[in-house]
Ligand binder design. Structure first.
Ligand code: SAH
Ligand code: SF4
Ligand code: F3S
Length: 470
């Protein structure tokens, strides 16, 4: 191990970093944390891997597909490394002992530490789990010095995947590049242990940040132009810090000057007291959209998943939400082909989706994950072909529902916050979202990101709406 200290800058000063982010919004937020931590140590972030001395992949472990993508990406980087090293005349930086280093961050780092470290063909230089980002300056510096000492494959790689009961990074305020919306992580980890899910193992126990601390971060973001905040947590509505619950947090953030929309993700259906539903319904800054992950519409499967609610309880919650606020948009997550799910049980999910008519849905095939309860005690016994049939059926159903739901907005006028002015194939489309999170493409006009447009909805498709400024 080297003993250079990153803060002295002796080995790492002026190094260029490139970070690539996979997975959920939590990882997007974490990549901003990593940027904030390393910028303080005088690293420069570059927009392309070709210019980088160090490439970091902030990884996801939620499904096998996510894993395969990362392994493919690592091999691709190695391939281009060889290419660059072979052409060192062309690319002056790439001498033999000055190649880009590869670091693995995020959920795969915790979940696959052994595989990542022991698989020689991967040649990973350092590994940091989601609670270890403050150690990155040290880990990178160690990786750099072992690289300089031109090394054997046996050398120990710097890694830290320790999960913490306390780390919330509350002393670091990321400053994302300009835009309309920013993420703010208010809670880390998860205690729910849904049997299919790897997150409690990759991100550890649930912990929440203080309200004042979250408000301070939101104020800084508002001051730099962000108008929309998305509060993030794996089980965000179980947020609790001292005497404050999630409703109190939304209320506090809504007081922040400059913030005009508040969204959140992902809540769990078990934590929706009336107080919270009332705040979301009545606070004008709280968007009228609740992500409500159903996962399955069958009670036996829900129990196998350890979701802790029944189909009836879920449907009753939907009714209650709509009774309080008829226009509340609802989205969901569904898993098809979970262990031993029969055709009849899948039908229950199909019927529940028909009944609820979610405004949008993410539907996934069950993917068995290492270390989870399901991997240890249940069989992944639904054939892939059946999973495919089920996901296709639900996607078709949901597409029809989306079209019906979206068509109902034709003729209405909505406040649209412009998010992107270079969308579409031609790169000249203006898109924004309604309060309920539906995407709207504006027919004409020149707008800037962050503009508010009052738009009359003129057309609908399963993916969104078209509108005209009024
Ligand atoms: N904390 C969030 C979920 C994070 S993962 C929540 O509870 O809603 C996002 C979605 O991925 C989950 O809602 C679930 O539908 C899906 N998912 C999680 N683990 C999975 C697995 N092993 N296979 C397939 N889908 C999975
Ligand atoms: Fe995973 Fe369940 Fe926690 Fe969501 S609530 S992160 S699905 S264990
Ligand atoms: Fe993936 Fe980790 Fe998010 S597993 S979905 S990056 S919490």
């Amino acid at each position: 191990m080297a003993n250079q200290d990153a803060t002295t800058g002796s080995i790492t000063s002026g190094k260029r970093l490139y970070i690539e982010t996979y997975g959920c919004q939590m990882n997007e937020y974490d990549s901003e944390l990593v940027r904030a931590i390393l910028k303080k140590e005088n690293y420069t972030f570059v927009p392309s891997e070709d210019e980088a001395d160090i490439i970091m992949l902030n990884t996801c472990a939620i499904r096998e597909h996510a894993h395969r993508k990362i392994f493919g990406r690592i091999h691709q980087i190695h391939h281009s490394r060889k290419f660059v090293a072979g052409c060192s005349g062309l690319v002056a930086r790439a001498t033999n002992n000055e190649r880009p280093l590869i670091g693995i961050l995020g959920c795969m780092a915790t979940n696959l530490r052994t595989e990542l470290l022991e698989n020689k063909s991967l040649k990973i230089d350092f590994i940091a789990g989601p609670d270890s980002y403050k150690r990155l300056p040290q880990l990178i510096s160690e990786a750099m010095s072992s690289e300089q000492q031109a090394t054997s494959n046996e050398q120990r790689k710097p890694f830290d995947i320790t999960l913490s009961e306390f780390e919330t990074y509350s002393d670091i305020f990321p400053q994302p590049e300009g835009g309309v919306g920013a993420f703010v992580s208010v809670q880390r980890g998860c205690n729910n242990f849904c049997t299919f899910c790897v997150v409690p193992y990759t991100r550890g126990r649930e912990r929440s940040r203080a309200v004042d601390n979250v408000v301070e971060e939101c104020q800084r973001l508002a001051d730099s132009g962000f108008q929309q905040i998305t509060l993030l947590g794996q089980n965000v509505n179980s947020y609790r810090h001292e005497n404050n619950d999630f409703a109190d947090l939304i209320e506090a953030v809504s007081q922040v000057k400059g913030i005009r929309r508040i969204r959140f993700t992902s809540p769990h259906p078990k934590d929706f007291p009336d107080k919270l539903l009332d705040i979301i319904t009545n606070n004008p800054k709280a968007c009228k959209h609740i992500p409500l992950p159903l996962q399955s519409g069958n009670d036996r499967v829900l129990e196998l998943m350890n979701r802790t609610y029944t189909r009836r309880e879920f449907l009753a919650l939907v009714d209650k939400i709509r009774a309080k606020c008829p226009k509340m948009a609802l989205s969901t997550d569904i898993i098809v082909g979970f262990s031993s799910e029969t055709d009849a049980e899948f039908e229950d999910t199909y019927k529940a989706m028909e009944q609820v008519e979610f405004d949008s849905a993410f539907i996934f095939k069950y993917s068995e994950r290492k270390h989870t309860i399901a991997q240890r005690s249940l069989k992944d016994d639904v054939p892939d072909a059946i999973k495919t049939e089920r996901i296709v059926a639900l996607n078709e159903l949901q597409k029809d529902i989306c079209l019906t739901k979206n068509s109902a907005h034709i003729g209405e006028t909505h406040a649209i916050l412009i998010e992107n002015t270079k969308a579409g194939k031609t790169g000249d489309r203006c898109v924004g979202r309604t309060d309920g999170h539906t995407l709207v493409t504006l027919a004409q006009g020149t707008y800037n990101v962050g503009d508010w447009v009052s738009a009359k909805i003129t057309a609908a498709s399963p993916n969104g709406l078209k509108g005209k400024a009024v």
